[in-house]
Write a protein that binds this ligand. Structure first.
Ligand code: CA
Length: 486
């Protein structure tokens, strides 16, 4: 099949993306000050006359104002609930709290960074000396992080890293029960982290380092407690559960101009399939939806959901203003090299991941999402921080990339979808699904969307491993802490 030389995303667009270079080309003569339209929306204004057929480079485009949060259309477009999709299941681990895991992992929670190297040491030994005896357990993961002490723990915003770490500790893939390692004198005491789950803190589930005589005794205590948990986890068995038990977190990283044409719309099609199957789909990255917020509030299922969206946007506007940062800090140099002119164009491509269904709920940073359907889970766009925050809820992650990132998480499978075939070929042992076939004309958005959906069910069932899992790639947990460090 002969691919088109360029792709026009929307019939009203006056620029299109050149397939060979990912840069934009003017489809008409543009005068200085003319609106530049992509995705049927204004992505900026021409700084100078741009003749038809020439490249519309980022430096020729003035950034428009972000949509005002005071004049938004709240839930007017009233999107119809999609047709249910029945009969799809996966094999998951059902937990006592009702959640369903896609992996069987011993998670070792830490309350403070001070204990991280000790826990890492114990985990290295556990993996080589103990784990091989528990063939039904997939992995042992140390939930280490930089939070826990030296922080203003009662300051506004501190609740975000605390609830994030709590919800990750209770993750479905860890059976909802962590093993906890504390130092003893830290600010984030286990009783504070698990104030609603105090029975979790009974010995031997909790190891306090300062209670032991020396390093070897401490490591032995962690290893003994771990072996008890492994014995329990080893009895978990996969059972067929409806696809509605999936909680799929969506994210993009290293996007290019194709992301909004290929991988993000394909993931958006898959997102609609997940929602139709009754599952939960999370989309995030406040700075990458902020400039498209007028399109999202209109899609809110109710005016209250729209107001909740506005609340999260406003919170983030204030957060950026405190740091005297503005939205031009995003995109990255790589995004620009990949043909994305500015944050407006990036946002319009990014929200394609969210498909077409009504937005049913909004979660603040690090909250556990329990509702079904499409949910906006507030996070920064930073890959590791977004992934960490989504881990509060998700049991499967789908990550789209154009420039390429080997990103992975240790607690959930991360399915990587490329925007271009050239990346999927160059990174044949890192990219799981090639959505670039949409640009070359050899596959449709619908076909790749179904492929992603089926890949996700197979991966959730443990029948398939992602490349990131194959290589053991897990980025560090990076809790979002907007509160002061002391
Ligand atoms: Ca990201």
């Amino acid at each position: 099949m002969n691919p088109a030389p360029y792709i026009q995303t929307h019939p009203s667009d006056n620029v299109a993306v050149v397939v060979s270079s990912a840069q934009k080309v003017a489809l008409v003569d543009l005068a200085a000050g003319d609106a530049i339209l992509r995705y049927g929306q204004t992505i900026g204004y021409a700084k100078q006359a741009i003749p038809k057929g020439t490249l519309v480079l980022a430096e020729l485009i003035d950034l428009p104002e972000a949509p005002s949060l005071d004049e938004l259309d709240l839930s007017s477009c009233n999107p119809r609930l999609p047709e249910p999709l029945e009969g799809f299941t996966f094999d998951g681990y059902r937990n006592p709290d009702g959640s369903v895991g896609t992996r069987n992992i011993l998670a070792i929670t830490t309350t403070v960074q001070c204990v991280a190297p000790t826990v890492d040491y114990a985990v290295r030994r556990l993996k080589s000396e103990v784990l091989p005896r528990f063939s039904n357990v997939d992995d042992i993961v140390a939930l280490t992080h930089t939070y826990g002490c030296g922080v203003a723990i009662d300051a506004p915003g501190a609740e975000i890293p605390i609830r994030t770490l709590r919800n990750i500790s209770l993750h479905a893939n860890a059976g909802g029960t962590p093993l906890i390692v504390s130092l003893g004198c830290e600010k984030l005491q286990p009783e504070r982290l698990f104030q609603n789950e105090l029975p979790l803190l009974e010995a031997p589930n909790l190891v306090r380092l300062q209670s032991y005589g020396g390093f070897a005794a401490t490591v032995s205590a962690i290893m003994e407690a771990a072996e008890r948990r492994l014995t329990v986890l080893n009895h978990r068995a996969r059972v067929a559960v409806p696809a509605s038990e999936l909680v799929v977190g969506l994210q993009c990283g290293g996007s290019d101009a194709f992301s909004g044409i290929t991988c993000n719309p394909a993931v958006g099609f898959a997102a609609d399939l997940f929602v139709r199957a009754g599952a939960t789909v999370l989309f995030s990255e406040v700075t990458e939806v902020r400039d498209a917020i007028h399109l999202l509030t209109a899609r809110a299922a109710t005016p209250q959901v729209a107001r909740d969206l506005v609340r999260e946007m406003r919170w983030y506007d204030d957060y950026l203003a405190r740091g005297r940062a503005d939205r031009s800090a995003n995109p990255t140099p790589g995004n620009k090299r990949g043909g994305i002119a500015n944050i407006v164009e990036k946002a319009l491509g990014s929200i394609a991941k969210a498909g077409t269904t009504p937005i049913r709920g909004v979660a603040s940073h690090g909250e556990r999402v329990t509702s079904k359907g499409l949910v906006f889970a507030a996070t920064p766009a930073s890959d590791f921080i977004c992934g960490t925050l989504q881990l509060a809820s998700m049991n499967l992650h789908i990550f789209t990339t154009g420039e390429g990132s080997p990103y992975g998480l240790s607690l959930v499978p991360v399915i990587k979808v490329s925007s271009r075939t050239s990346l999927a070929e160059r990174w044949h042992d890192l990219i799981d699904v090639d959505a670039g076939r949409i640009a070359s004309g050899s596959s449709t958005i619908e076909e790749i969307g179904w492929e992603i959906f089926r890949f996700a069910l197979d991966t959730a069932s443990g029948r398939r491993k992602t490349w990131a899992e194959h290589w053991g790639l897990g980025n560090s947990l990076t809790p979002f802490n907007p509160a002061p460090v002391t």
